[in-house]
Design a protein around this ligand. Structure first.
Ligand code: CA
Length: 306
């Protein structure tokens, strides 16, 4: 397969400065996939599967860009899931409930979520790409598709495409930028940029995926890691503290699952109160108008008799 990681169109939008350098051979991936390898199927299109690939060497690059070529596909036309995640985390190779990897992780997670668990109203469609920074204390909540703890996100129609699909994750000078190439145009489109991110050096890179009641093939075709040369004369000491994020999106209302009571489950108390009030006023208006018409009819029928 042609590798397009450094082509002019494929190179990141801001690649004039800084340069990007391929450090893939130094990073190494688990299962002896150093840089180019045969595509690896994290899950097949079957229920209740989990899979992951991880690099077996810690990453000490301060500013980096990761390109992941992937393919998510399956027979499901309307029902499929759950998606996959790209990780830069303290721990590796620990299977768990968050797209096949462990919850309460320390580091960065980028979630390629194909199934809308849809607890409460979403303001976005799926597939949805979201991001999360955790120091080990945050829980990824599938019921809200992670929106309670997300830094930012975007919709991206990356499933069942005939052309190649890519995601780029760039971490440079405390700025996290995620871009996608999923439209077959051989160019990046920004998904989101978040400032004020602190990620320590020495974490592992990995990709994991999971299926539940719904399924899909989650294939990783290629992973490329680039060190960014920021051109700084004065090199900052590498950050070794806990992962941090200065800004997070405000969480939307958490709605407790209340199956069987759609109205109560999807509306706040005040909304419900006003709707009931409006219905009562509506009935009252109809009643008054009806009474007036009835009176008029009575009058006109009385007139006819005289
Ligand atoms: Ca989901």
């Amino acid at each position: 397969m042609e590798h397009k990681g450094l082509s002019a169109q494929r190179a990141h939008v801001n690649t004039a400065v800084p340069r990007i350098r391929d450090v893939c051979p130094a990073v190494g991936f688990h299962r002896h996939y150093p840089c180019h390898y045969q595509s690896y199927r994290l899950t097949s299109d079957h229920q209740s599967m989990r899979g992951a690939i991880w690099n077996n060497v810690r990453c000490f690059v301060q500013n980096w860009e990761l390109h992941v070529q992937f393919k998510v596909h399956g027979d499901g036309k309307t029902l499929f899931g759950d998606g996959f995640a790209i990780w830069y985390t303290k721990d590796r190779m620990e299977l768990g409930p968050v797209f096949g990897s462990k919850d309460y992780f320390s580091g960065l997670g980028i979630f390629m979520d194909t199934y809308s668990n849809h607890n409460g109203p979403h303001n976005h469609q799926h597939p949805y790409i979201s991001s999360m920074i955790s120091n080990g204390s945050l829980h990824y909540d599938h019921d809200t598709d992670g929106t309670h703890t997300q830094l930012a996100g975007c919709e991206a129609q990356f499933r069942n495409k005939a052309h190649d699909t890519w995601i780029a994750i760039r971490y440079e000078k405390n700025v996290l930028k995620v871009s996608v190439d999923v439209d077959g145009k051989n160019g990046w489109k920004e998904c989101f940029t978040v400032h004020g991110i602190r990620l320590p050096v020495g974490y592992y890179l990995g990709v994991s995926a999971a299926t539940g009641e719904l399924a899909d093939n989650h294939d990783i075709i290629a992973i490329k890691m680039y060190e960014l040369d920021t051109g700084d004369e004065t090199k900052e000491a590498p950050y070794t503290g806990l992962p941090q994020a200065d800004y997070m999106e405000a969480p939307r209302d958490r709605v407790d699952d209340n199956k069987g009571s759609y109205i109560a489950g999807s509306m706040s108390g005040w909304k419900l109160f006003f709707i009931i009030l409006l219905v009562i006023i509506g009935f009252a208006v109809v009643g008054v108008v009806g009474f007036v018409i009835f009176q008029k009819q009575q009058e006109s029928s009385r007139k006819r008799f005289y």
